[in-house]
Design a protein around this ligand. Structure first.
Ligand code: PHE
Length: 341
């Protein structure tokens, strides 16, 4: 039995030392020290010993058990330390590797054009106003002197939300004129940029959603000369000194007289080329003197006050400003395109 114990001890210690991981070591613990293990099997035979031998063997068996447990503990610690070492090695972070460059975007060309425009008007004493894209037809049409039956009210042109045509996506920023007159004290000097919606098919110059910047001035003694002077100054600031403009008579229900302002084509200087479709001029905005009836509907006495208003197409301005020839590029948001501005 003595020899058996000595052999178990030698075998077990060498086995423990050759274990390569915690699971292997645990299996060896069960093999040698477990309830059905080799050491227990020997202890079970103690009963067969003589009373003199029993305490001696008992003592020896206990010593062997203590030695095995000690060796097991040592091996387990060694394996843990090795595992930790390996983990530290695996998870090591090389702080000297260069980082990934973060891609920083920039403003969309439409936003650049809008910010420029706002700056120009703020510099002239205008206030920037914001308003809803879902608008009442009353403000988009009636209060702007476009009564029932006006062609622009047609279902084929306008996005309505209801069957009785009361709520709609605004088709122009002009209802902001009414909102300004309804909420602001006189004199009024506002610009109101925002999205507008019309049932247009997408092509190089059309989109069912686009942006306008509305402008309005109401004060005593305001004339068409102020309108022309202001818009000429804005055109020069936007498109460069010496930009030539032209005012053509036009019709809008809410202005009288009404006009459209063109700028001379920067490419051909007015001779006519593909950029201006042979016209020599590029249409930029609609404008006019606020119709007396529109003033009256907002409770402003047209005998005392007069005003003018304009609506600039923002896409059109951005296209001119950045010499882009297709409106769709503005909305597709291809970074290869956007990166150029
Ligand atoms: N709202 C007009 C349009 O969308 C433009 C305009 C605004 C005309 C203000 C006159 C005055 O075409």
């Amino acid at each position: 039995m003595k020899e058996q114990l000595a052999k178990i001890k030698a075998d077990a210690v060498s086995a423990f030392q050759s274990a390569t991981d915690a699971a292997g070591l645990e299996a060896l613990r069960v093999k040698y020290l477990g309830k059905k293990g080799e050491l227990t099997a020997v202890l079970k035979m103690m009963g067969k010993l003589s009373p003199e031998e029993r305490p001696v063997m008992g003592q020896l068996a206990n010593d062997v058990r203590a030695a095995l447990e000690g060796a097991l503990e040592d091996c387990s610690k060694k394996l843990e330390a090795a595992a930790l070492e390996q983990r530290l090695k695996d998870e090591a972070l090389d702080v000297t590797i260069p980082g990934k460059q973060a891609v920083i975007g920039h403003q969309h060309p439409m936003n650049i054009a809008l910010e420029e425009m706002k700056d120009i008007f703020i510099g002239m004493g205008f206030t920037v106003m914001d308003g809803p894209e879902v608008e009442l037809a009353e403000l988009n049409f009636d209060r702007l002197n476009a009564e029932e039956g006006h062609p622009s009210r047609d279902w084929s042109d306008t996005f309505y939300f209801d069957t009785d045509s009361r709520v709609m996506l605004r088709s122009q920023t002009s209802p902001m004129q009414v909102r300004a007159m309804d909420t602001m004290p006189l004199p009024i000097r506002i610009v109101a940029p925002g999205r507008v919606y019309r049932k247009d098919e997408v092509d190089a110059t059309h989109s069912p959603m686009f942006h306008q910047v509305e402008g309005m001035v109401i004060d005593k003694g305001v004339t068409m000369a102020d309108l022309k002077g202001t818009l000429n100054a804005v055109a020069e600031k936007l498109f460069g000194e010496g930009t030539v403009t032209r005012f053509r008579p036009h019709h809008f229900p809410f202005t009288e007289p009404s006009c459209e302002m063109d700028i001379q084509c920067h490419k051909c200087g007015g001779a006519g080329c593909p950029t201006c479709k042979g016209e020599g001029w590029i249409e930029l905005l609609g404008a006019g003197m606020v119709h007396p009836r529109v003033l009256e509907m907002s409770g402003i006495d047209p005998e005392v006050y007069s005003g003018w208003a304009f609506g600039i197409g923002l896409e059109r301005t951005a296209l001119r400003r950045f010499k882009i020839d297709d409106l769709r590029l503005i909305f597709e948001n291809d970074v290869r395109f956007l990166e150029q501005f």
